[in-house]
Design a protein around this ligand. Structure first.
Ligand code: M6R
Length: 606
């Protein structure tokens, strides 16, 4: 989704803004632009395509104040006119915006009636005109910006520069992230910390309704809701700039898949005390008493995080005996369902900024229910709006296709299941012990990459793919299909293997391959029967099986063997294999693996 960077300080702003925009490229975008302020004059440059394309046409500038933007088209196609920054008619005000202004039509009409002309199709363009409209009355950019913000409905992160106040950068946020990096006599504004980590680790996260007025040596924040100044809290980022680099890998996706062993390790570090047989989740300490009375958990999430939630459903129900429902956040927020006080809402999100998941949490704000989070991005909106939660500690995930975050989420869900079970189940100790040995087993699956690549190249021309699995293998089938479709553009569907005869079998023929998750479980024989039914209809089969299952080699065209592990931890190993498969298919088909078409990394609008 869109990205914002801004800089004000005592050194040239453009290189810092451009580098920040490059760091935000992973979020997905189709055009980019920059406004610089030099000698009281604003210069705006915009380009369709990559940040590198924008660099080519940018003139050298000594400006020490600049704002930049990467746009992911929502209102209006990717074009120079629709690209940000957008400006007032006389060019004295330039702004960049993330989010959606829901009442932009009404505002546009009102401004048009007042004589304003619009150049773009965007919702954003109402903002500079609105500020200009109020500036003409008040002669103060600050007050004009505040008044304009009060007119806006929807979600926004906004940065503003104006030639009327050439030494000031303004910023505001509502339901769209914005962070300010604090340097020595300089400030860097960004949609997420990856854009500023090279310069500082000291950050201030703006809260909803906060408006910041930033000059070279000073920062003042006012909260529009309470209509009062707030004291910004400076936090220290737990992030290294190398974490957000590709290193020696060709793509972020393969780098992140290869991080699975340390991802599991980081998620359990200090939390699994194997010798004492204890799971310690500090993030839940302040709600321990409430957790004792939980009688239902509703997990809300989107995409891959939703599938991690489905694995969590099985884990928590099996280990802790608490009924769990997993709902797509985009559906949950519009449902009317009864809630008891004993319900806990658990949001799962890598970015912590997914608009639908935030809206789901917002919906239950006044219900008196406990709101928990499993989040990867520290300081993100979901991390801050929940009562308690557990961080994934997976480090920044840059590829649009989520891989290591899924691994971390499932690991954390296993820890939560163990924590809630309080040791009361026979599965407690074996699972605790197995989690400790999982990083080595994950490394063993990664070592299969070359074998999986050969299989992937064989199936890369396929038009369709079916993923099937049972029990813990079922959410893995759904996630495997999502991964394949988003990076390789092959139509892929995930199904519970038991559903085959209820419809999907009709699609099977020699051109419709199936990826069958057939790891050891009490249900293995049933899955083997499903594979037989597919074979009987000439459907090619790749099977994911547990080492030692020789019978499956007679049935499937290709077999990938995984190390033995408990059923509850199988999703971690299975998904590394399906991630590798999707990655190698996408590479074989020659696609942009890290930035699939039409997708953005963090979906911050509905
Ligand atoms: O940041 P989140 O975990 O909340 O994001 C949820 C989905 O948008 C995300 O998992 C998406 O489905 C990925 N592209 C899947 O690989």
């Amino acid at each position: 989704m869109c990205g914002i960077v801004g800089f004000i300080g005592e050194r040239p702003a453009t290189p810092i803004v451009m580098q920040g925009l490059q760091a935000l490229e992973y979020r997905g975008y189709d055009s980019a632009g920059v406004s610089t302020v030099t000698d009281g004059r604003i210069t705006t440059t915009r380009q369709v395509g990559q940040v590198a394309d924008l660099s080519k046409i940018l003139e050298d500038s000594s400006a020490m104040l600049a704002i930049g933007h990467t746009r992911w088209a929502t209102h209006g196609a990717p074009s120079i006119t629709n690209a940000h920054p957008h400006s007032s008619a006389d060019g004295s005000i330039a702004i960049v915006h993330n989010g959606i202004i829901e009442n932009h039509e009404q505002l546009r009409t009102k401004l048009q009636q007042a004589g304003y002309e619009f150049k773009s199709e965007t919702d954003t363009e109402v903002i500079p005109h609105l500020i200009d409209y109020y500036f003409k009355q008040t002669k103060s950019i600050e007050s004009a910006f505040h008044t304009a913000l009060r007119d806006l409905r929807g979600a926004y992160a906004i940065a503003v520069v104006s030639s009327h106040e050439p030494d000031t950068l303004y910023a505001a946020r509502l339901s769209s992230p914005l962070v300010i990096g604090v340097g020595d006599n300089e400030y860097i504004l960004a949609s997420d910390p990856t854009a500023l980590i090279q310069h500082t680790k000291k950050v201030i996260y703006l809260n909803d309704f906060d408006v910041a007025r930033i000059t070279t040596g000073d920062l003042a924040v006012t909260n529009l809701e309470s209509d009062s100044p707030t004291i910004p809290e400076v936090e220290l980022l737990d992030l290294e700039s190398e974490d957000a680099q590709k290193g020696h890998y060709e793509h972020f996706m393969i780098k992140e898949i290869n991080e699975a062993p340390q991802t599991i390790q980081s998620a359990i570090r200090g939390r699994v005390l194997a010798n004492e047989g204890i799971v310690k989740l500090g993030g839940l300490d302040n709600v321990v008493a409430q957790l004792r009375y939980i009688d239902r958990i509703v997990i809300v999430a989107c995409g891959t995080s939703f599938y991690a939630g489905l694995v969590g459903e099985y884990l928590i129900e099996e280990l802790a005996g608490i009924p769990v429902e997993v709902q797509q956040a985009s559906e949950f927020k519009y449902r009317s369902e009864p809630f008891s006080r004993g319900t806990a809402i658990l949001a799962v999100s890598q970015s912590g900024e997914t608009a639908d998941t935030i809206a789901a949490l917002d919906k239950v704000k006044d219900y008196g229910v406990l709101r928990l989070g499993i989040v990867n991005a520290p300081g993100s909106t979901i991390a801050r709006m929940t009562d308690a939660g557990v961080y994934c500690h997976a480090g920044p995930e840059q590829a649009v296709a989520s891989t290591k975050a899924f691994i971390a989420q499932v690991t954390v869900l296993a820890l939560i299941a163990l924590h809630l079970s309080n040791g009361s189940t026979k599965d407690y100790k074996p699972l605790l012990k197995e989690l400790v040995s999982l990083p080595d087993k994950a490394a063993a699956v990664l070592a299969l990459s070359d074998q999986i690549k050969v299989i992937a190249e064989k199936y890369a021309p396929a038009r369709d793919f079916l993923f099937i699995g049972r029990h813990y293998g079922y959410p893995c089938a759904l996630e495997g299909a999502l991964k394949l479709k988003e990076v390789s553009y092959i139509h892929a569907e995930g199904y519970a293997a038991g559903e085959m005869k209820h419809g999907p079998l009709a699609m099977i023929d020699e051109n419709f391959p199936t990826f069958a998750i057939a790891t050891d479980s009490p249900l293995l024989e049933k899955t083997m029967s499903n594979i037989q039914e597919i074979r009987a209809r000439s459907g090619p089969v790749i099977a994911l099986a547990t080492e030692g299952n020789e019978a499956i080699a007679q049935l499937a065209d290709d077999v990938i063997y995984l190390p033995p592990t408990l059923e509850q931890t199988q999703p971690l190993l299975i998904s590394i294999a399906t991630q590798l498969f999707a990655y190698h298919v996408a590479v074989a088909r020659g696609f942009n693996v890290d930035r699939p078409r039409n997708l953005a990394k963090s979906v911050t609008v509905e």
